[in-house]
Design a protein around this ligand. Structure first.
Ligand SMILES: Cc1cc2nc3c(=O)[nH]c(=O)nc-3n(C[C@H](O)[C@H](O)[C@H](O)COP(=O)(O)OP(=O)(O)OC[C@H]3O[C@@H](n4cnc5c(N)ncnc54)[C@H](O)[C@@H]3O)c2cc1C
Length: 392
């Protein structure tokens, strides 16, 4: 594997840096504590997404016919790295961009592609992912929200939970049971649900970080046109797997850039902050911790390149995506823990670096649960990468 960028990729990076210099918005004052529950912050993100879209930098790895650039996955990784390095605002509608869009491209009808793809790229439509239920998380195929056929529609009743961004979403990628007789993986259908449809109630849940960005969602006789079935009726399990693999695969490069900035910023603090009259970095324990975080981050970067190489060759993320999900979520928790240990009690203050260390520490706890728990990722790796038998 050649880990150097090709001249074409270098040119791409330079062009992007030039565009970022011209177009980056003024820093948003609340960035560290910016929350999707704040309308001002949301407006800031929406404007930025429109600028990115107008510049032709949204969904660049999507085929040109669907509004992308047909760029390579390496170019997409470069874009995510450069955005993070330039401190660009995060992209709004990350579920639409990383998970729903690629799934509609893979199995959607022409009508669905025409209706949804460009609005995902521009941030005009925000999506949420209505998969988990109170009794169906890791064992997602046990879901019981029902969609019953009635003429040209499906009528949905049931409940979802932990639905990130449902409180601001225009659309939901919904999994519902359409066949009570079939075995549990066979009777599920994936539907595209307009969140303005009557009968939907969204109740925000408060996270330990203090924000309310995920929700319970209740459905009472919610009508969805049959034309909004994504893929085939009763074949939604395969569609869900496509969506989940895209979710796991698309996160890597952006996260690498984010962790790189965190490690670099910790290193700077360790050099400049003093405790007992000496820089923090003079303490051998601090140096050990920082070196360890740097090395582990390099491992993550190289594994990302491996996953991208496979994606470039096959067009489909493989079970290696589970290695990445497991790795980044547990890495981030170690990193946040070490940051608190190195920086000391002041890192818990909202006035220190805009409260970002305390926020990151609390938010990281959910990393090993969201997008599939660590135990489930290890099961996937055991079975699908190592070829071990199923557990009982
Ligand atoms: C921050 C955050 C955001 C989220 N956003 C969304 C969203 O937008 N949309 C959505 O649909 N869901 C979302 N989720 C839900 C998430 O996907 C589920 O929480 C996750 O899949 C786990 O399901 P569960 O909570 O029901 O736990 P359970 O599946 O009940 O698991 C409980 C414990 O048992 C373990 N366990 C379960 N099965 C096995 C097994 N076979 N072998 C070994 N151990 C096992 C798990 O690892 C876990 O430790 C989000 C969750 C979080 C934390």
């Amino acid at each position: 594997m050649d880990l150097n960028l090709t001249p074409h990729e270098e040119k791409f990076r330079i062009e992007l840096r030039g565009w970022l210099r011209e177009n980056l918005p003024e820093p948003w004052p609340e960035v560290a504590g910016g929350s999707e529950t704040d309308p001002g912050y949301l407006e800031h993100l929406r404007k930025w997404q429109q600028t990115v879209f107008a510049g032709g930098w949204s969904g660049i790895a999507w085929p040109k016919e669907y509004g992308g650039r047909g760029a390579s996955y390496i170019e997409q990784a470069i874009l995510q790295e450069e955005m993070a390095a330039a401190d660009a605002p995060p992209q709004i509608g990350v579920i639409g961009l990383s998970l729903v869009g690629p799934t509609i491209i893979a199995v959607g009808t022409n009508e669905q592609k025409k209706r949804h793809l460009s609005k995902i790229l521009s941030g005009e439509d925000i999506w949420c992912q209505g998969f988990s239920e109170p009794n169906a998380g890791s064992d997602l195929a046990s879901l019981s929200t029902a969609a019953e056929r009635d003429g040209d529609s499906f009528v949905v009743n049931g409940q979802k939970v932990w639905t990130s961004f449902a409180h601001i979403a225009d659309w939901c990628l919904l999994l519902a049971r359409t066949n009570q007789e079939a075995t549990k993986h066979k009777g599920i259908t994936c539907l595209l649900l307009d969140m303005k449809t009557p009968g939907i109630e969204v109740r925000p849940l408060r996270m330990m970080s203090g924000e309310s960005v995920f929700n319970e969602v209740f459905f009472t006789d919610v009508r969805i046109p049959a034309a909004n079935v994504l893929g085939d009726v009763d074949q939604g399990w395969g569609v869900a797997l496509t969506a989940l693999m895209n979710e796991r695969a698309n996160l890597g490069a952006g996260l690498y850039a984010m962790f790189r900035r965190t490690v670099d910023s910790l290193v700077e603090h360790a050099k400049n902050m003093r405790r007992g009259g000496r820089p923090l970095a003079a303490d051998s324990c601090v140096r050990q911790k920082l070196a360890r975080m740097h090395v582990e981050l390099e491992v993550f970067r190289l594994n990302n390149l491996r996953a991208l190489t496979r994606l470039s060759k096959t067009g489909m993320p493989g079970p290696e995506a589970s290695i990445q999900k497991l790795y980044w979520s547990e890495y981030n928790q170690r990193l946040c823990q070490m940051a608190m240990e190195i920086l000391g009690p002041q890192a818990q203050l909202s006035g220190f670096d805009g409260g970002r260390w305390a926020y990151n520490y609390l938010r990281a706890r959910g990393n090993t649960i969201e997008a599939g728990t660590s135990e489930v990722q290890r099961n996937v790796i055991a079975q699908r990468v190592l070829g071990l038998p199923r557990s009982y």
